[in-house]
Design a protein around this ligand. Sequence first.
Ligand code: T5A
Length: 220
Amino acid sequence: MIGKLIVFEGVEGGGKTTQIQLLRNWLLDKCQLGKFLSKSLDLEVVVTREPGGTKVGKILRELLLNADVSGEQIQARAELLLYAADRAHHIDALIKPSLERGAIVLCDRFIDSTIAYQGYGRGLDLKLIQELNHIATGGLTSDLTFWLDIDVEIGLNRVKNRGKIDRIEQTNIEFHQRVKTGYEELAKNNSLMVRIDAHLTVEKIQEQIQEIMRKKLLEW
Ligand code: T5A
């Protein structure tokens, strides 16, 4: 099997991080895989995220989400370029080498986040974002994207109940609604984007993800 890039997307609090960890454990459980592939697999699973999947990315993540820039807003175009910089480095330093080794890469957010947040959310030009995404990725796209679709207020409440919220989570509800619209539009044109109802329990969601993964692993 050659490496595969599997992305998790959605508005805040949809449960991406939770589901990625569960899927990682399931993928690494060779007994589970053996049940339907009837052969033993030596799988490498890499879990990563944007922003912040690399050492450089962690610094950019801190700047984007938590840096104290009170009295000064990070401007929308600058924000766009910082996410693109994180992605360009992430692809070359971590994602591409992992895929070349044959790993399954589980990535928390990717190019669709930029379209949804900076495009639909901030209102930046979608064509420009697509060009920039292409520059940052060198044309690499995901093999499968799970879109954890949740009501914006429910998702934000989950995040707030967890504790401190970051700069983007603090943005007004209308912004987050536009981001959700962005994902709805993206899903219409991408057959590799699978919508999952993220209001369900953690266990139910994981069951659905595993079911899709079983089919995909056989296909790949
Ligand atoms: N961004 C990112 C851009 O604007 N442009 C870009 O190009 C990119 C790449 C990243 C931020 O950057 C923005 C988007 C984001 O605002 P982040 O911290 O990585 O910041 O934010 P998120 O990706 O949203 O991660 P979160 O951790 O906030 O949310 P998750 O991962 O979706 O959710 P998770 O698993 O951490 O769960 C949140 C809470 O809900 C509970 C969990 O226990 C946890 O407390 N939960 C559930 N509760 C009930 N039922 C379920 N099914 C649940 N699943 C999880």
